[in-house]
Design a protein around this ligand. Structure first.
Ligand code: MN
Length: 735
């Protein structure tokens, strides 16, 4: 029965709609009201009231802001899709695409999780809200919705109260503030204040009321004087009001500056609102004759045009009893702008709501957003400028509705890696709003991005490094390749050890006993046999170094004496030692000698293709140098110890260490670019040593593993092409 009695709120709203809008517009809004009533029938709010009270109040708030008829309709319908299973098509058919799209955007916003764990995140969410709202009315309606939820917050349980109030304070109130909607932002802040700090709220409220009561006669006198003087100027109509700063802003100021209420002198201000700009200046002249202005406190935001469109004259004067106060003088139009900010653009004016004029005003808003002019005294309205909206970030959604914030130009691959490296590594495709897009396509704000992964994916592509924008994606892709290289090295290392063991007459399994391995693991900080394989595979240890130790342990175990050990670890330059024996050693023939122990010099690191020369050392065989090695031409060289040596091309492929010296501008990521170039060429880097020199130069010494001089020349050429690189040469070479 109850449902048939029309709620008085509904009756009042119907009347208001009919008087406010022309017939055709009113008809649409009333139809929206009827649909909302029907859709929410039987639903209750936490307060126990019928649910329809909520959208009706949201519509009321929007009407207070003088929003256009479409906004009012959307205010009424904002919860219908979510709560009542109505479809987008239903709404388009009945209300047109504008209303339907706005309702859909609000529904989408409602699904987002706005949990602000930290200030940075809150800022992200605020910016995202703005960036994704193609139509700013979405944000305004959302704020009206939040306003009513805050007004009825007392019906929520205490935990939800704090959560919602905190979220409002972190996200919605600052957002309203930035959009110049000072009225909404102050009301929201005071409501949050009440629920978040109830004791402080009550005591400040009492103190302010008391102060106001004490000052009232004084304030009345100021108002009367302002009134009489404005009348004497022949201005009509006009408005004079006095205002107090809202509670939360007083509280914030007290906390920030550690002041008491008495020490805050701009608690009171007076406002004179007049029809025309010339009236503003006339009133200003009067004010300055009645009271003494404080020098330096006069601000003309009318003649000095500001990008923010906030316009007003501000002056601070000394009143009776020496009490300073501020007077703000502005036209009615300026006043609307100051109260409602961005919302003033949709303000309903009979007969003038052509889409064209709305667009023009929106252009102004966009320009305003991009304007970087001085922000100092344009009040916080201009804060929005500081956020560089739309300029450097995009906001996209996961299919679950989480917001992901990425730099402009970020691609689906960046998105995938920001979710999880496993998603990035297995990414094979991407969809934006359900449509397949290329992996290098820049993302747009508001898109819902879905990453297609495959378990059979062979991993990221090195090409991705050319288009990803985030350092996170870059480093994760690189890490993958590093791991990938490790896998390869494990296989390579095991094969090398197996072969070498066989040639020495052993099998790998008999040598790889836990107790033989442990001392070596400890010595080289390895945790598994795979680490050992990988180290051998990448050339960190030679097969000889490993096998000699294992064979020694094996023989000790079996009760036989081990043969003498190979040369000490680290003394051999060739990274992969070929099998011992045969007519050449480590790929080098020594003229007239067989099975001569050969080592490569560390001073010039010869590689196949170099002209080389041997030097017979005492007890350590022949040391091989490049023919042009300065050490071989030093005065202390004994010529009769020089011996002719040559490369043995028939020997098994051997890798060699080469050191490359790079001089580059000291720019960010130079090392990263070098290592990408090296890994693109498939050249392992064994060591890097970089330091800053003077003149903004960086000196980088790179030790890498190569097979011959031809490859070395390729490397040098490639490195020279990296931007900022000035010189590349092989260490030791005279050039
Ligand atoms: Mn709602």
């Amino acid at each position: 029965m109850e449902e048939h009695v029309q709620l008085k709120e509904i009756t009042a709203l119907q009347a208001r709609i009919k008087t406010q809008f022309p017939e055709n517009q009113a008809a649409l809004v009333l139809d929206a009201l009827a649909l909302a009533e029907q859709a929410h029938a039987g639903q209750k709010r936490m307060s126990g009231e019928p649910y329809i009270i909520h959208p009706v109040h949201v519509a009321d708030i929007l009407m207070d802001m003088h929003m256009d008829y479409e906004s009012i309709a959307v205010g009424l319908l904002h919860d219908v899709i979510e709560d009542c299973g109505l479809t987008q098509e239903d709404l388009i058919a009945r209300f047109g695409t504008n209303v339907a799209t706005l309702v859909e955007s609000l529904t989408k916003l409602g699904k987002l999780k706005f949990v602000s764990r930290e200030e940075r995140n809150a800022e992200t969410l605020r910016k995202m809200l703005l960036a994704m709202a193609q139509d700013m009315r979405v944000v305004i309606i959302k704020l009206a919705d939040r306003m009513h939820n805050m007004m009825t917050l007392e019906y929520q349980d205490p935990i939800r109260q704090k959560q919602i109030a905190q979220e409002t304070l972190d996200i919605y109130a600052p957002l309203a503030h930035r959009l110049g909607m000072f009225r909404i932002s102050s009301e929201l802040e005071d409501l949050c204040f009440k629920f978040l700090h109830p004791a402080d709220y009550e005591s400040l409220k009492d103190a302010l009321e008391k102060m106001l009561a004490e000052r009232e006669p004084w304030m009345a006198a100021v108002r009367t004087e302002l009134y009489n003087h404005t009348v004497s100027l022949g201005i009509s109509p006009f408005e004079i009001n006095s205002r107090t700063k809202h509670l939360y802003s007083i509280y914030r100021k007290m906390k920030k500056n550690n002041r008491t209420l008495d020490q805050i002198y701009d608690v009171f201000a007076f406002r004179v609102i007049v029809p025309e700009i010339k009236d503003c200046y006339a009133v200003l002249g009067e004010v300055h004759t009645i009271w003494k202005p404080i020098p330096g406190r006069f601000k003309d935001y009318i003649s000095v045009s500001k990008a923010n469109q906030y316009q007003s004259l501000h002056t601070t004067v000394i009143g009776r009893y020496g009490i300073p106060f501020e007077v703000q003088i502005r036209t009615f139009e300026m006043h609307q702008m100051a109260e409602y900010g961005i919302a003033a653009h949709w303000m309903y004016k009979e007969g003038v709501t052509s889409p064209n004029s709305v667009d023009k005003r929106l252009n102004w808003f966009r320009r305003f957003m991009e304007d970087q002019s001085d922000l100092q005294d344009a009040q916080d309205f201009l804060d929005v400028l500081k956020t560089n909206l739309f300029l450097d970030e995009v906001f996209v959604f996961t299919p679950k509705g989480d917001v992901i914030n990425l730099p402009v130009g970020a691609t689906p691959v960046d998105f995938a890696y920001s979710i999880h490296s496993a998603i990035g590594n297995r990414c094979v495709g991407a969809k934006a709003n359900g449509r397949i897009i290329p992996l290098d396509q820049p993302l747009k704000s508001g898109e819902i991005i879905e990453i297609i992964t495959s378990n059979t994916s062979r991993g990221p592509s090195r090409d991705w490094l050319h288009f990803v924008r985030t350092s996170e994606a870059k480093s994760k892709i690189r890490a993958w390749f590093k791991r990938e290289d490790k896998e390869e090295n494990i296989i390579k290392g095991r094969d090398m050890l197996e072969g070498a063991a066989r040639r020495l007459g052993y099998t790998l399994p008999e040598l790889l006993k836990e107790e033989y391995l442990q001392p070596m693991f400890k010595r080289y900080s390895m945790s598994s046999i795979n680490d050992l394989y990988a180290t051998v595979g990448c050339g960190g240890l030679t097969t000889n170094q490993v096998l000699m130790r294992l064979i020694e342990a094996y023989k000790r175990d079996m009760g036989t004496e081990a043969p003498p050990l190979a040369p000490a670890a680290g003394s051999l330059t060739p990274v992969h030692a070929p099998p011992q024996g045969g007519h050449s050693s480590q790929g080098v023939r020594v003229k007239g000698e067989e099975n001569m122990l050969v080592r490569f010099s560390n001073c010039c690191n010869p590689v196949p293709g170099d002209d080389i020369i041997g030097y017979i050392t005492r007890g350590r065989g022949v040391s091989v140098h490049r023919a042009d090695c300065p050490n071989m031409h030093a005065p202390n060289i004994e010529p009769d110890r020089l011996v002719e040596v040559s490369w043995d091309n028939a020997a098994a492929p051997v890798s060699f260490k080469a050191e490359i010296h790079i001089v580059s501008q000291d720019r960010a990521r130079i090392l990263a670019d070098i290592s990408i170039a090296m890994s693109d060429m498939g050249v392992p880097i064994l060591g890097v040593n970089a330091h800053m020199a003077q003149n903004g130069l960086a000196i980088i010494n790179l030790v890498c593993e190569i097979s011959d001089t031809q490859q070395l020349a390729q490397i040098v050429n490639r490195l020279k092409r990296i931007s900022g690189v000035q010189q590349v040469h092989r260490t030791g070479k005279q050039s």
